[in-house]
Design a protein around this ligand. Structure first.
Ligand SMILES: *[C@@H]1O[C@H](CO)[C@@H](O)[C@H](O)[C@H]1NC(C)=O
Length: 286
């Protein structure tokens, strides 16, 4: 356990493994919101705020090409209906890749929806949504993205909720060439997030606040725009980079099944009406 955080192994030229102790000052830039995003507690805590005039957001300084990235979030409490907290990885350009967590707020006592999506080469339409098995506003919980050349795994407190496998051999593009940054924002989406805009954001309760802490990344970091990471011919070789070839063992596959059976509220792979010409290729593979 200790070795991951204490050993820094150069992987290939220009490629480093980051296992950083969380400090928001070092790792992130606040990008918008005019003072509504704040780094607090010597860099250990970041808060985003939303009021009627604006939301706020931040992004990582680093660009990552594969990694295992953890962040703890505590979501907007109480009546959060209409608010959306987005936490995602994204590359740039018109054929971008993206790995999304989005938390759709709700009325007090009603469950948040955790919305997920995967874009490859500018094409998404791969939504899966879940309820959570705890109140995500009562405390911090860890939301993780494992992204390696074989798979993308979304996890919550170590429990996998979604796996998107590399099925390039079947013609499904997989994000593997474009470095991504981490982005997060808190914004108003009461035109769609609440069952198609049924419930409106209650601005009397503003500002709405989401909090972040304990960012941790074991990842390939791009520096100076160049890196040979991402070609499976030169994978990180050290055993401390086990995430690079990590897969779901049988225990975690059981957990994934448990989540899908008990907490999944939407799966594009089951939405036959939406895909009259047939479900996307990857849907027949899981
Ligand atoms: C809000 O709560 C309602 C009632 O339980 C539920 O149907 C809905 O999926 C929840 N989430 C959102 C984002 O509306």
């Amino acid at each position: 356990m200790a070795s991951l955080n204490t050993v820094l192994v150069p992987l290939v030229a220009l490629l480093v493994t980051v296992a950083s102790a969380s400090n928001f000052y070092n790792d992130f830039d606040i990008t918008w919101g005019d003072g509504r995003a704040k780094i607090l507690s010597n860099g250990e805590l970041l808060t985003l705020n939303l009021d009627k005039a604006s939301g706020s957001g931040f992004q990582s300084r680093n660009e990552y090409l594969f990694g295992k990235i953890d962040m703890q979030l505590k979501l907007v409490p109480g009546n959060s209906a209409g608010t959306v907290t987005a936490y995602y990885l994204s590359s740039k350009g018109s054929a971008w890749d993206e790995i999304d967590f989005e938390f759709l707020g709700n009325l007090s006592g009603d469950p948040y929806i955790l919305h997920t999506n995967v874009f490859s080469q500018g094409k998404g339409n791969r939504e899966q949504q879940f309820y959570l098995w705890f109140d995500p506003t009562a405390d911090f919980h860890t939301y993780s993205i494992l992204w390696n050349p074989q798979r993308i795994v979304f996890s919550v407190d170590g429990t996998p909720i979604r796996e998107f496998k590399n099925l390039e051999s079947m013609g499904v593009p997989f994000p593997k060439n474009q470095p991504m940054r981490i982005y997060s924002s808190l914004w108003n989406a009461d035109d769609w997030a609440t069952r198609g805009g049924l419930v409106k954001t209650d601005w009397a309760l503003a500002p709405f606040t989401a909090s972040y802490r304990n960012f941790n990344a074991e990842a390939c970091v791009l520096s100076n725009g160049e890196s040979s990471c991402g070609t499976t011919t030169s994978p990180p070789s050290s055993t401390s980079n086990a995430w690079f070839s990590e897969e779901l063992d049988s225990t975690r596959q059981e957990r994934l099944k448990w989540v899908r059976e008990n907490y999944m509220v939407y799966d594009y792979c089951k939405d036959i009406n939406r895909f009259p010409q047939g479900l996307p290729t990857e849907c027949s593979m899981s």
